[in-house]
Write a protein that binds this ligand. Structure first.
Ligand SMILES: NC(=O)c1ccc[n+]([C@@H]2O[C@H](COP(=O)([O-])OP(=O)(O)OC[C@H]3O[C@@H](n4cnc5c(N)ncnc54)[C@H](OP(=O)(O)O)[C@@H]3O)[C@@H](O)[C@H]2O)c1
Length: 251
């Protein structure tokens, strides 16, 4: 039996991942899933879809750090341990507004970075005595290089990548494994206003790849995998060349 905590369970990608775990749950290898997210009505809809694999739900705004901590502790009391934890929430925000409004900039950083760090501190404290356990966090290729289109969001995801790198090292060999899932663009509610092109993946594709990646012994995954090569090039482009490439340096 595996216990699975999903934070940000109202996310379309997280909801599909939860479904995949519920579908894979059998008598021999059963899964228990605990869902925490912001919108109670969506959490209940997701929970009903998953059926009896769900052993608990909670709704909380992750910007409320102490309320979120209590929810995670409650989930731990119910489950006894966390075999898998997925942190999936995020907000892209309004890039142009974030350049003029301190509130917008800090909200984007708070949701995508600060709230996740707070959750990781609570989780690693609770899981300290477990001999095994996996924590996976969804970040973004936007965290690999600051671009005019989304650099406030990208900076928060990039900071999160560094935090996860450090945490992974500290816990290396302890049994607690820390995964970074760097997603390319996905056709999900987050990008509903974005013009779609060939770089967009489907929710089903990325959800399946994240479930597979959680079983590998590699800890940083570009999803889909070809983003590793794309971002390697984008990361190392010299600044003068980068600025000449409108598809990267324009809004
Ligand atoms: N879609 C993409 O192109 C893309 C690309 C790279 C990375 N990602 C990352 O992938 C993850 C999943 O996103 P998605 O594509 O599934 O989009 P999504 O369906 O819009 O999911 C984002 C989720 O974050 C939740 N959230 C935002 N602020 C929150 C807060 N203060 N407290 C609690 N929950 C909050 C939202 O909750 P509500 O339901 O309450 O609004 C929503 O469920 C995110 O981390 C995102 O940054 C997405």
């Amino acid at each position: 039996m595996s216990t699975i905590l999903i934070l940000g369970a109202t996310s379309a990608v997280a909801g599909r991942i939860a479904e995949l775990y519920a579908e894979a749950s059998t008598k021999e290898q059963s899964h228990q899933i605990y869902l925490i997210g912001r919108r109670e009505d969506v959490i209940q809809t997701v929970s009903q879809r998953l059926g009896e694999t769900v052993v608990g739900t909670d709704s909380v705004d992750f910007v409320d750090l102490s309320a979120t901590k209590l929810c995670i502790r409650k989930a731990f009391e119910v489950m006894g341990s966390f075999d898998y934890v997925l942190i999936a929430h995020g907000v892209i925000g309004d890039q142009i507004l974030s350049e003029a409004s301190v509130e917008e900039a800090l909200t984007v950083i708070e949701v995508n970075y600060t709230s996740v760090v707070a959750q990781l501190v609570t989780l690693t404290t609770l899981m300290a005595n477990q001999s095994a356990g996996k924590i996976g966090v969804i970040t973004s290729v936007a965290g690999d290089r600051g671009r005019p289109r989304n650099y406030t969001y990208g900076a928060a995801k990039g900071a999160l990548n560094i935090y996860l790198q450090g945490l992974r090292s500290v816990r290396w060999g302890s049994g607690l494994e820390v995964y970074t899932f760097k997603l390319g663009p996905v056709d999900s509610p987050m990008t509903v206003d974005h013009e779609k092109n060939v770089t967009f993946s489907t929710i089903d594709t990325v959800a399946e790849k994240i479930v597979q990646a959680f079983e590998s012994r590699h800890y940083v995954h570009y999803i889909p995998g070809y983003w590793w090569f794309v971002m390697w090039v984008v990361r190392w482009l010299p600044e003068p060349v980068f600025q000449k490439l409108g598809f990267l340096s324009d809004r």
